[in-house]
Design a binder for this molecule. Structure first.
Ligand code: ADP
Ligand code: MG
Length: 349
C-alpha cells in the first residue's frame, strides 16, 4: 500500500497540533457525532504552525468528533492530497484522549475558516441569488435584475459545485450528504466548496463506514439506500481497508447518489422563481427556457441549441435509477454550460 506510506510520510513532516493550540469560540454546528466551533490560535507558535500548513492567517474551524472522526480525518487527508480545491482547506486531524472515566477517545479536525456563509444561509436570504453574485464577482452586473441574470448566477453556482464534486468522484470519494448546509462559500477563493466528509465513502480502498445511527438526510438522499455493499464494517479505530474493488464503482455508480442530491439543490435554487409562477413547474419552465424569452433568443434562430437545455440537465440529474443519471464530469460538459458563450453573455466564469 504505497498510498498509505506516502500519506504517512506527508503527514509526518507537517507540523502537528494539539488541543491547547486553539481557543474555541462560537459554535457553528452540532450533530450526533460531534460539535463544530470557530476557533482562534492560542499562541504565536500555533500561528506559525498554521502558516506552515499553508494558511497565512485568520481563524480556524475545529470539529470535535466521536470515534467516527477517524474516518473523517482519512477522507480529509485524501482530499488534501488529491483534490484540495473541492473542499474546505484541511489543516490537521488528531486523536485526543478524553479525561479519565469519560469513555471513548475524541478526534479533533482542523480546517481553515473559509467564511461565514453556507449555501443554505445564502439561499435563505430574500436577496438570493443576487447575494451570491456579489460574493462571486465582488460587484454587480449591468444587466437588469430578472430571469436571465438569475439564471446566469445559478449556472455559475452549479458549475462550481459540479467541479468540486467531479474532483471528489475522480478521487474515488462519494460524499453522500450533499446539501446546502454542507457547501461553504470560501471568501478566499470566491468559490463554493464542499464540507463535512463525515458520511463519505472512499471507494478505491473500500473505506465505507456509516454508523448505524447515521441517517441519510431524507431531504436530499437519492432513493437508493445503499451505494455499495450493504456490509459496512464495524466502527474502525483506524480506517480499515476492505475488499471492495473499483469494479463496484462501475456496477453501482455510487457517485450518482451525490448527483441526485445536487440536482435537488439545482431545482431548489429556482424556488423563488417557481413561487412567482405559483409553483406551476410547466409555467416556470417556459419562463426559464429561452424559447419563451425573446430577449435571449435574438440572433439565435439558426441553431436552436439551448432550447430546454437547463431543464434537460436538471432531469438528467434527478432520475430514479442511478444508472440513468449523468456523471459530474459529463454534466460539466453539458451544453447548458455553453449557453452564455453562444449568446454572447459571458459575464461570469
Ligand atoms: P456537522 O457534522 O455538524 O454537520 P459540518 O462539517 O457540516 O459538521 O460543520 C458544521 C457547520 O460549521 C457548517 O454547516 C458550517 O456552517 C460550519 N463550517 C464547517 N466547516 C467550515 C469551514 N471550513 N469554514 C467555515 N465554516 C465551516
Ligand atoms: Mg454538516
Amino acid at each position: 500500500f504505497d498510498m498509505f506510506v506516502l500519506a504517512f510520510a506527508e503527514r509526518l513532516f507537517r507540523p502537528t497540533f494539539r488541543k491547547d493550540d486553539f481557543v474555541l469560540g462560537k459554535k457553528l454546528g452540532e450533530g450526533a457525532f460531534g460539535v463544530v466551533c470557530k476557533a482562534s490560535l492560542a499562541n504565536p507558535e500555533a500561528a506559525e504552525k498554521v502558516k506552515a500548513n499553508g494558511v497565512m492567517q485568520g481563524d480556524v474551524v475545529v470539529k470535535k468528533a466521536t470515534e467516527y472522526g477517524a474516518v473523517e480525518i482519512w477522507m480529509n487527508e485524501r482530499v488534501r492530497r488529491a483534490c484540495a480545491s473541492s473542499c474546505a482547506d484541511f489543516l490537521y486531524g488528531f486523536r485526543e484522549s478524553k479525561a479519565k472515566g469519560k469513555g471513548a477517545e475524541e478526534y479533533w479536525l482542523i480546517w481553515r475558516f473559509e467564511g461565514e456563509d453556507t449555501l443554505y444561509d445564502l439561499m435563505q436570504s430574500k436577496e438570493f441569488p443576487y447575494n451570491v453574485e456579489t460574493k462571486i464577482l465582488g460587484d454587480v452586473q449591468d444587466l437588469p435584475k430578472g430571469i436571465s441574470r438569475e439564471n446566469k448566477i445559478i449556472q455559475t453556482v452549479m458549475r462550481q459545485l459540479l467541479f468540486a464534486l467531479d474532483g471528489l468522484h475522480s478521487t474515488g470519494i462519494v460524499h453522500r450528504d450533499i446539501k446546502p448546509q454542507n457547501v461553504i462559500f470560501s471568501e478566499g477563493s470566491r468559490t463554493f466548496k464542499i464540507i463535512d466528509l463525515g458520511a463519505a465513502a472512499d471507494l478505491r480502498v473500500g473505506i465505507n463506514y456509516i454508523p448505524k445511527e447515521f441517517l441519510l438526510d431524507p431531504r436530499y438522499a437519492a432513493p437508493e439506500q445503499y451505494i455499495m455493499s450493504t456490509q459496512t464494517p464495524s466502527a474502525p479505530s483506524v480506517p480499515v481497508a476492505t475488499t471492495l474493488s473499483p469494479v463496484l464503482w462501475q456496477l453501482n455508480l455510487p457517485d450518482r447518489f451525490d448527483i441526485y442530491s445536487l440536482g435537488l439543490i439545482f431545482l431548489q435554487m429556482f424556488n423563488r422563481q417557481l413561487k412567482r409562477c405559483d409553483y406551476d413547474l410547466v409555467a416556470w419552465r417556459n419562463l426559464v427556457e429561452p424559447r419563451a424569452n425573446a430577449e435571449l433568443r435574438r440572433g439565435f434562430d439558426i441553431m436552436d441549441l439551448d432550447d430546454g437545455i437547463g431543464w434537460e440537465l436538471l432531469t438528467s440529474m434527478v432520475r430514479y435509477k442511478a444508472r440513468q443519471r449523468i456523471s459530474a464530469k459529463a454534466a460539466l460538459a453539458h451544453p447548458y454550460f455553453n449557453r452564455e458563450g453562444l449568446l454572447g453573455l459571458s459575464v461570469m466564469q
